[in-house]
Design a protein around this ligand. Structure first.
Ligand code: F6P
Length: 411
């Protein structure tokens, strides 16, 4: 199949390196003779409203490509938009295909996590049913690291590096007083504890680390949490705990819902999760009778590109490039994934996997990597993460601040 025009979109929660994948798609498509390169604005939701840009107008030279690699969040904007089932609403698919045909698109790339891969799954399925000559390819990303099949996802390494770094800094601050004091840190990751595990990276020769790590993979018991905190405070005045935003009690209630059950739910059925640390810090203040503080890393952990991992940026760029190569070679309905050949030295390779094995599937932390009755993580998990956080690619600093590249058409 010949290469015509291509289109690329970004979807789901942003990361520090999702634009490096966009740069990988852009640069590789350009180098391999693609005609026009379009970018969807706000993903598939924007495309449905005919919102796209000609990317060659926005990324003009190699300096722009380098800036893009160093610019956090989704350059093209994002969406959380679930396509309907094909049988329920063919019209939506007809609309998308007619826009793609108008733009003479031969290859379609979507950079996203397991929800976003649902879009690649459905569009490639529809194209197959209707015999439409467009290739649909997924490029992985998510700080949650919860994509099935792949060893890890671009975005995770940089968020983990941010967490390891910032947890160290919070610990330095949290242990200064000679009076009792507890800090509870809340980390993203939804129903998977990979990112919260990165709090363990803080521990080393120069840092005592956090005392407890709570992951969503283990049912949360408030009484046991308080009991353990009381025990720890008998030995030291000050300590720090890391909790995942997605921890749940045995009956499936998110801990953040215990204080406020009125939660926004997106089109994939995901509840907005935040407030876990502040709920637990308040509980501990009441039970321990001391000062407590909650720190919610929130969006900071996924846009801290000033401390992004070079390994992660390189791999994110590579994932974009490999998606283009595979699609131009005729693959469709696939996602680029990483296989780890060895950990030390770190050797990794890529291949493509069937989108049906990845879309809508959540990969969680294996039970054998969770220790101390569900309150810490194993050295194996730390060793798994370490190669992914190596190296730095510092921002270009202008007037003392990082320089970013932006599209001005995002709504
Ligand atoms: O999926 C990535 C992620 O950052 C999760 O860790 C988090 O729960 C979610 O996105 C937040 O989504 P939003 O930015 O749409 O609120």
């Amino acid at each position: 199949m010949s290469v015509g025009n291509i289109i690329v979109g970004q979807s789901g929660g942003p990361t520090s390196v999702i634009n490096a994948s966009l740069a990988g798609v852009f640069k590789t498509a350009l180098d391999r003779g693609s005609n026009k390169i379009y970018g969807m604005l706000n993903g598939i939701s924007g495309l449905l409203n005919n919102r796209y840009v000609d990317l060659t107008d926005k990324i003009k030279n190699n300096l722009d490509v380098e800036l893009l690699k160093r610019t956090p969040s989704s350059f093209l904007g994002s969406c959380r938009f679930k396509l309907p089932e094909i049988s329920a609403d063919e019209k939506t698919y007809e609309n998308i295909i007619s826009i793609l045909k108008k733009l003479e698109i031969s290859h379609f790339f979507y950079i996203g996590g397991n929800d976003s891969m649902d879009t690649i799954k459905k569009l490639s399925e529809y194209a197959k049913i209707k015999n439409i000559d467009i290739n649909f390819m997924g490029v992985p990303k998510t700080i949650d690291n919860d994509l099935a099949v792949t060893d890890h996802t671009p975005g995770f390494g940089s968020a983990a590096k941010y967490i390891g770094t910032t947890v160290k800094e919070v610990i330095r601050d949290g242990l200064v007083y000679d009076t009792k004091n507890v800090t509870v840190i809340e980390i993203m990751g939804r129903n998977a504890g990979w990112l919260t595990s990165a709090a363990a990276l803080a521990k080393g020769d120069d840092c005592e680390g956090v005392d407890m790590i709570y992951l969503p993979e283990v049912a949360f018991d408030l009484d046991k949490f308080i009991e353990k905190s009381v025990q720890i405070q008998k030995e030291k005045n000050n300590f720090v705990i890391a909790v995942s935003e997605g921890i749940k009690t045995a009956d499936g209630t998110y801990v953040c819902e215990l204080s406020n059950s009125d939660r926004f739910t997106d089109s994939f059925g995901h509840k907005a999760l935040s407030g876990t640390a502040s709920f637990l810090a308040d509980k501990l203040a009441a039970e321990l009778g001391c000062k407590t503080r909650s720190v919610e890393f929130s969006t900071l952990q996924r846009c801290g590109s000033h401390i992004a991992s070079q390994t992660d940026i390189t791999e994110a760029f590579l994932a974009g490039g490999q998606a283009v190569k595979a699609a131009f070679d005729g693959e469709t309905g696939k996602v680029v994934i990483f296989d780890r050949i060895s950990n030390d030295p770190y050797l990794m390779t890529t291949r493509v996997a069937d989108v049906n094995d990845i879309a809508n599937v959540e990969k969680v932390v294996p039970a054998e990597w969770i220790t101390n009755e569900g309150t810490y993580v194993s050295d194996e998990l730390v060793n798994y993460m370490l190669p992914l956080i190596q190296g730095e690619l510092p921002p270009y600093m202008v007037n003392g601040l990082p320089k970013h590249i932006t599209v001005n058409d995002i709504k």
